[in-house]
Ligand binder design. Sequence first.
Ligand code: KG4
Ligand code: ZN
Length: 352
Amino acid sequence: MRILAIESSCDETSVAVVDNGIAVHTNIIASSMAAFKASGGVIPEEAARKQVESILPVLHLALASADGGWSSIDAIAVTKGPGLLGSLLVGTMTARALASMHQKPLIGVHHTLGHLSSTWLGTDAAHAPAFPILTLSASGGHTDLWMRTSHTHGTLIGHTIDDAAGEAFDKGATMLGLPYPGGPSIAKAAETGNKDAFPFTIPLKKEKTFNFSFSGLKTNLRYTIRDVGDRKSEIGDPGHALTADLAASFQNAICIHLVDRIKKALESYPDIKEIHLVGGVSANTFLRSLVTDLRSQISTLVVRFPQTLAFCTDNAAMIASAAYFLMQEEKNATDTFETSASLPLTNAVRDV
Ligand code: KG4
Ligand code: ZN
């Protein structure tokens, strides 16, 4: 089953061709992120305009690099939401037009289900992930902890009660004078910093739920910066120890908080076979090392991340993968759908 997928929910325009949910032939991604460096965040109208400019060139490039052309494509998949409405409409209208022109089934995919499937990309059937799986899905828009028994069945056991983890990285970077997107720039600055230089209070330590909170860490960072006194001029230059130490300490606190919740879930759900880390924040190597360390506690535990960095952040290959598994598990996968900026998570995975 070969699926051509389109992902256009935010500032990336991506088209991919994937076989059987795992074998990626091509995954072309055009990003308008550079246009938002000055504003420190995505401007929706501008992102939609960039989607319009990029969609056809990216589509043609993807088709040209996947041999077989339209006759080899069995179905078309597209992100139906959530995301920026203008951006989403460019992708869904293109997908609807292509499906009608080439007489292919069309599958609307929840963006989160795409991220949840990203750990299947590049695997082979013999080594594919095994349920039940605990997945931390952390990006600029969400921070969710899923306990799944299949691709489309499971429970959202935890979520953020304020900012998302990626948002904390992005806002923290702005405070530290580091460029957007904040995750990669904080991670880079942290490489030469001391993670224990500044104490941050790990959020919700005593909380019984699996929820996350990042707004306190953000405030903590603001006050720490305020209190550095005449060293303020060093902020914004990753070459200075102060910026590097602040970045390392802030990154450490975010990651410890994320891993604390995973540890707690492992205690409550001893049947978990695998832990997956997905979404833009899963690109963070410090977080990856902390999660990998959990294997020293449970030797049978399998820990997986998306196989390439391109599969961590928004991409169409994950949408093609999710569409394949949706078709396997859901009878109505090819039914008509609405494009929606605020699609509930229950539309991605059904509670069991
Ligand atoms: O999944 P994604 O591409 O888009 C959304 O659906 O939001 O995630 C983007 C987010 C941004 O907040 C970005 O700062 C964060 O992922 N991110 C990282 C890293 N790379 C990207 N956060 C921490 N460390 C990274 N290396
Ligand atoms: Zn995403």
